[in-house]
Design a protein around this ligand. Structure first.
Ligand code: HEM
Length: 500
């Protein structure tokens, strides 16, 4: 225990029997004697203030490794920046490497190769297409659900609806599969639909990261289901790759290329490298496609779900967003991609939703060599914290988002704070070279969906007898969290009322 304390320079912080990145700590619930998966969330108002520091150490006295954790954007940028001497941890790489190495699941030395092939898929033309598809999916949804002609209706399970929206968007703009709302997303493979595969695989990310691969062969239904979901996803993705190959070579002109989805552009970029060592193998392509499907789905849908729940608690915020949308469109047309910059308050509704309940809770990094971090002491002076090779730090998005130094009254849902150009942008989409490649994709999807919905409708909480709105919010949102690839409220309902 003493050597563990010495490894993190005796920094103050919570002490538990088990290290936070051990299977036992992650399986047991968060409590005063166990960090668990919810530690940063449950203790967000006290975790750092208790010690008067923005970078602290969680040290296990029985088993596991100590880790540093930070709610400082400055420290996060030192860790995530271009010149950093920190890299991904083995657990993080393994978490999304079910099909092998990919852009997310690789270390620094292999990363540029993947990014070079995946990045060209993310173009301005794609973002315009994401917007148009979001509008199409919105209309398709309200017609197919029978909501279009109703003056009010209930969405019984908001995260299920945002999950479907995000799935359709990634299917269409990611892979050129323009599905309709009533589709079951293609036929079932190995008894599972695409959305079921996502759900099972996404919820199994933590066990898959920490358990050895052979565990999936154990005859328990839980493991069998994960294995089936992985195999089904693999088979779906292989078929997409084969179909793309059969559909022929690269498009002839740049204009034609601009019409294409992320995956086609990714294949084109790979074809262009065909004879060089930079080209990805089919297995690596498969793994990157799986990654895009998973990373592009859970994170955005969770963020959108939290935002709709928070909006339902704040009618005045909805009215302000509605006025902005009406001002931009004149109330006579649908918002389009050219309106993106003219809807800062509506975008703020999403950014603020993601700040209150971040759909990615944080990311770990491991020091690749002995190094140091510049940290702030209790008295406000800066000092150098020596770091030993192998030390792990968690960039804690939840607590950065809840840090009153950046966001005064952090529990208040206030989209207007994002109108201030000086507002801390945070690091929710990461920072530096490994910044999220799908950031603009997610923002376009969320903004277009919100602009369409808030233009026509008001969202309301469905209160139980005697329940106040803050109590509803606690019961359905902050107190109802589920975690997998993304983090956000589990099933909750809202009422939707047509604006007159
Ligand atoms: C609200 C939505 C999203 C959030 C909060 C989010 C967050 C993040 C974060 C924090 C990282 C860095 C992880 C790390 O370095 O350890 C990341 C990376 C990544 N994200 Fe996202 N993401 C979102 C949406 C998307 C979408 C829509 C896509 C694809 C369509 C996507 C694809 C990726 C990929 C491929 C990486 C790896 C990038 C690299 O290492 O170069 N993400 N994302």
């Amino acid at each position: 225990y003493r050597s563990k304390l010495a490894q993190v320079q005796h920094l103050p912080g919570p002490r538990y029997p088990f290290g936070p990145i051990t299977i036992i700590a992650l399986l047991l619930p968060t409590s005063s004697w166990n960090a668990g998966v919810m530690n940063a969330w449950v203790n967000r108002s006290t975790l750092f203030t208790k010690y008067g520091l923005d970078t602290i150490a969680i040290v296990p006295w029985l088993s596991g490794q100590p880790i540093l954790t930070t709610r400082s954007v400055d420290v996060s940028k030192q860790v995530l920046g271009f010149k950093s001497e920190w890299d991904k941890t083995a657990e993080l790489v393994q978490a999304l490497a079910m099909f092998g190495e990919n852009l997310f699941a690789c270390y620094k030395d292999r990363w540029a190769r993947h990014r070079r092939i995946v990045q060209p898929g993310f173009t301005t033309a794609l973002y315009a297409q994401v917007w148009d598809e979001s509008v199409r999916v919105y209309y398709d949804m309200i017609r197919s659900e029978g909501w279009a002609d109703r003056s009010s209706f209930t969405i019984p399970d908001v995260p299920a609806v945002t999950s479907k929206i995000a799935l359709y968007l990634i299917a269409s703009c990611g892979f050129g599969l323009p599905l309709t709302w009533s589709d079951t997303v293609g036929e079932k493979v190995r008894g599972l639909s695409l959305s079921q595969c996502f759900e099972v695989s996404a919820n199994a990310v933590i066990p898959q990261a920490l358990l050895p691969k052979w565990v999936l062969n154990l005859p328990w239904s839980y493991f069998k289901r994960i294995k089936e979901a992985n195999l089904a996803l693999e088979s779906i993705v292989r078929r997409i790759i084969e179909k793309r190959r059969q559909d022929g070579p690269n498009p002839l002109t740049e204009a034609e290329a601009n019409e294409k989805d992320v995956f086609s552009l990714l294949l084109n970029a790979n074809d262009a490298e065909k004879d060089s060592r930079a080209a990805l193998t089919d297995q690596e392509l498969l793994s990157n496609v799986f990654l895009l499907m998973l990373a592009g789905h859970e994170t955005t849908s969770r963020g959108l779900g939290s935002t709709l729940g928070l909006l339902a608690c704040h009618p005045k915020v909805q009215d302000k967003a509605h006025s902005e949308i009406m001002h931009v469109t004149g109330g006579v047309r649908d918002p389009n991609y050219d309106d993106y910059d003219a809807l800062p308050y509506t975008l703020g509704c999403f950014l603020e939703g993601m700040r209150i309940i971040p759909s990615v809770t944080g990311i770990p990094r491991r020091a690749t060599v002995d190094t140091s971090l510049k940290v702030r002491e209790k008295d406000g002076t800066m000092s150098t914290l020596p770091i030993k090779q192998g030390t792990v730090i968690s960039v804690d998005f939840i607590n950065i988002c809840f840090n009153p130094e950046y966001y005064p009254s952090p529990e208040v849902y206030d989209p207007a704070r994002w109108l201030d150009p000086e507002v801390e942008q945070g690091v929710n989409f990461s920072y530096g070279p490994r910044i999220c490649v799908g950031k603009k994709f997610a923002m376009c999807e969320a903004l277009a969906t919100l602009a369409m919905l808030l233009k026509d409708y008001k969202l309301e909480p469905i209160l139980e007898e005697g329940e106040s709105v803050p109590q509803w919010r606690q019961r359905n949102l902050e107190g109802n969290i589920q975690t997998g690839v993304g983090f956000g409220p589990a099933k909750f309902p809202i009422r939707v009322v047509k604006r007159v």
